[in-house]
Design a protein around this ligand. Structure first.
Ligand code: NAI
Ligand code: MG
Length: 317
């Protein structure tokens, strides 16, 4: 039986994931949903944010639906998200951004660069190492080519004018793409951030290293209407995790007003990944119909609650 690990996490993760999980349950009552508690609330209750047993349980499932976890207020525990990505080998972060003239997909390298955890803090100096490897670049470039298949083109974002590591990244990524027959262009990441805002229609699939992808996808989120709308897939050779791009949003948590669209669209991506295209399409269309009616949460200027929006989507299914 197909088993989905469901991690609500913290903050609004506990509000949007139940809505997303309900839609999934309605579409796939035959799939087993396995709840897993991770994050800050779990740490407060038990003194551990995530342990080996959780990782084994999550790994044993066919996919993970993930909300968001709050980072430790004073670094009491290392990042749960980074640990999950590392342990599950989730090296590719796929972030589609749709809205207005914008229909692009950011493919973000998810395991290297500045987020690999090679850091030293000394008395008068702090250092974070940014390592980009050939193997890591080749595999993310191959993933980007798979995403770009059947689309227009692949743009490689980088800072090769300044950073040697980016010249390395750019060259390898270009080679992989030309080997796969995928046309590419490239752009400096700073100029690219502005251009994506001004002329989104010029972009299709954008390949970037870890931190550039983190920033670029939030920038592009402007076109979609904000963070509350953006889903993502984190893919590896053997595991797959689907989550909103947003975090636990402590500023609005507990008020029942978080936008559940990012979480619902993460379920669309999960269904697609597991090969259930009909249900993915049904859910996507049901979300669109409610949005088109203008029945939206306060971040989009409406008055709908998280649960009311979810109920409307589920009713449409
Ligand atoms: P955030 O994404 O949680 O919030 C940024 C802003 O967007 C806030 O004003 C928030 O209210 C708004 N927002 C986000 N999602 C929304 C939604 N669904 N509906 C309506 N408004 C929404 O980012 P922030 O504030 O930087 O981080 C908060 C916490 O989340 C931190 O502890 C951070 O480490 C964690 N985080 C966790 C992630 C994960 O688990 N994958 C990803 C990003 C942040
Ligand atoms: Mg981010």
């Amino acid at each position: 039986m197909t088993r989905i690990a469901v991690v609500e996490g913290d903050g609004i993760g506990r509000e949007v994931i139940p809505v997303a999980a309900e839609a999934l349950r309605l579409l796939r009552p035959d799939w087993d949903q396995v709840p897993v508690e991770l994050g800050l609330e779990r740490w407060r209750r038990t003194g551990t944010a995530v342990d080996e047993k959780d990782l084994d349980l999550v790994s044993s499932c066919d996919a993970v639906l993930f909300g968001a976890v709050s980072s430790a207020p004073h670094g009491e525990y290392p990042s749960v998200v980074l640990r999950l990505r590392r342990e599950l080998g989730l090296f590719a972060n796929i972030r589609p951004v749709r809205g207005g003239a914008c229909d692009l997909i950011v493919v973000r390298e998810n395991s290297e660069g500045l987020y690999a955890g090679r850091e030293r803090i000394e008395a008068d100096r702090a250092c974070t190492e940014r390592v980009i490897t050939r193997a890591g670049t080749e595999r993310i470039a191959r993933a980007a080519c798979r995403v770009a298949a059947g689309r227009r083109k692949l743009t490689i974002g980088h800072k090769a004018n300044v950073l040697a590591a980016d010249r390395f990244f750019l060259e390898i990524a270009r080679d992989v793409a030309s080997g796969e027959g995928v046309p590419t262009d490239d752009a400096f990441i700073d100029a690219l951030c502005l251009d994506v805002l001004c002329r989104p229609e010029r972009y299709d699939v954008i390949l970037v290293e870890n931190m550039f992808g983190d920033i670029l996808s939030d920038v592009a989120a402007y076109h979609a209407g904000g963070l509350g709308l953006l889903p993502s897939a984190n893919l590896g050779e053997r595991h797959a995790l689907f989550e909103p791009v947003h975090g636990s949003a402590p500023d609005i948590a507990g008020r029942g007003i978080a936008n559940p669209v990012a979480a619902l669209r993460s379920v669309v991506m999960l269904l697609e990944h597991l090969g259930d295209l009909p249900d993915a399409t049904r859910l996507d269309a049901a979300i669109e119909r409610v949005l088109a009616r203008g029945f939206v949460t306060p971040d989009l200027g409406g008055t709908a609650s998280t649960i009311a929006f979810g109920t409307a989507v589920v009713a449409g299914l």
